[in-house]
Design a protein. Structure first.
Length: 388
């Protein structure tokens, strides 16, 4: 039988006709076309404004390319591209550090950020870090991505109620989900963490000796390479440095890295190294260097006599050194960095009888920094030595 009744049937909660076919559709409201067009146009304008504000570099590049195309057509665009490529190649060859900071680093971070955004929802959900609340799935907010050749540092804002321990418990899930070797969780601030993904091992190969800097800075001496591939900088200016580690951990390598980084200052006389080598192992083969630009001692008694606390009391010279250190005036004989490997359980020599402390036992004089290298005692070390 043909339907002779026309019209649209709306959803009804109650219908008195028991044989009527239920209608499950929602009511349909006819929106005028001009309202739809106006809303879509407003959305497009808002999206373009947001794109321009968030990506000023891309906007500038596109604007320059458009102007060059209008003025000189495609030959002008090709010439402009060749000039930019040449400038960037020269910049990378002449100043690799600044090129990595301003060009390569941000570009790598943008590319890695796109990589994490594509997989963020799936990894968070499967890894159990996307809680279910009131019928909705809440994802941690992905923030800025800072990337190097070996590691990625991803800033994450936590969902309310989450903690850094939740991410630490699923570090393996995150590492496998994003294709990394290792994932570390760092607490940045309240409600946020930093995920450090290690993609490649920067220390898999032997790190060669770094080039001797032309103008060393005692606030940042390059001695090696960090796990993220960046230079390992050590501060010696105005502070002491303790190097501790088991036998074979690389304490002597670090000591010689410091000497190598300070060598131009040693040659100019601004730094004197007082090398104490009681074991005749770490510093003995460089004795000629220390005797030429400082002092070298291997006998325990001689080492104790050369310590600042055993020197005669001369307040005038000490005040002069403090004034130079405060004013930043370099003095050839006022800056010394004692280097002395110490055996396990070593202690400071006792002062002579009748010695009156003058404060140098704690301060070691202005402009003087100690760099002891101490062996970490192994639980079975005394038994091994006793058996030997």
């Amino acid at each position: 039988m043909r339907r002779i009744v026309t019209g649209e049937q709306i959803a009804q909660l109650t219908n008195p006709d028991p044989f009527a076919v239920p209608a499950w559709r929602a009511p349909v409201y006819r929106t005028p076309g001009w309202i739809i067009a106006a809303v879509q146009l407003a959305r497009l304008v808002w999206w373009l404004a947001r794109l321009i504000v968030r990506h000023p570099v891309i906007d500038a590049v596109l604007t320059v390319l458009a102007l060059v195309w209008l003025k000189a057509s495609w030959p002008g665009v090709v010439a402009l591209v060749l000039i930019v490529v040449t400038v960037l190649a020269g910049w990378r060859g002449a100043r690799p550090v600044s090129f990595s900071r301003w060009i390569a680093g941000p570009a790598r971070g943008k590319r890695r950020s796109w990589f994490y955004r594509r997989r963020w929802g799936a990894v968070m959900t499967v890894g159990g870090l996307a809680p279910f609340y009131r019928g909705r799935i809440l994802l941690p907010v992905l923030g800025k991505v800072a990337s190097t050749r070996y590691t990625d540092r991803v800033a994450v804002r936590l969902v309310s109620g989450q903690s850094a321990a939740d991410f630490s418990d699923r570090a393996d899930n995150l590492a496998h989900g994003f294709g990394a070797m290792l994932c570390r969780v760092r607490t940045a601030r309240s409600g946020a963490v930093v995920l450090e993904f290690v993609r490649r091992d920067a220390l898999a190969a032997i790190v060669p000796a770094l080039p001797i800097p032309a103008r060393p800075d005692l606030r940042a001496l390059p001695v090696g390479k960090r796990e993220d591939g960046l230079p390992w900088l050590v501060r010696l200016h105005g502070t002491h440095l303790l190097i501790a580690g088991a036998t074979g951990a690389g304490k002597a390598s670090l000591l010689w890295g410091l000497v190598r980084a300070m060598f131009p200052l040693m040659q100019s006389g601004l730094v004197r190294v007082l090398a104490a080598d009681p074991k005749l192992m770490e510093l003995a083969f460089g004795r000629a260097i220390f005797e030429a630009y400082g002092q070298y001692a291997a006998d325990p008694g001689e080492i104790a006599d050369r310590r600042p606390g055993r020197a005669p009391h001369r307040p005038g010279r000490r005040n002069h050194q403090r004034r130079d250190a405060r004013e930043g005036t370099p003095a050839p004989s006022g800056a010394a960095a004692p280097l002395h490997p110490a055996p396990p359980g070593c202690s400071r020599p006792a002062p002579p009888q009748g010695h009156q402390p003058d404060g140098r036992e704690d301060l070691h004089g202005a402009g003087r920094e100690d760099v002891p290298a101490v062996d970490v005692p192994h639980p079975h070390l005394p038994q091994l030595r006793a058996g030997a």
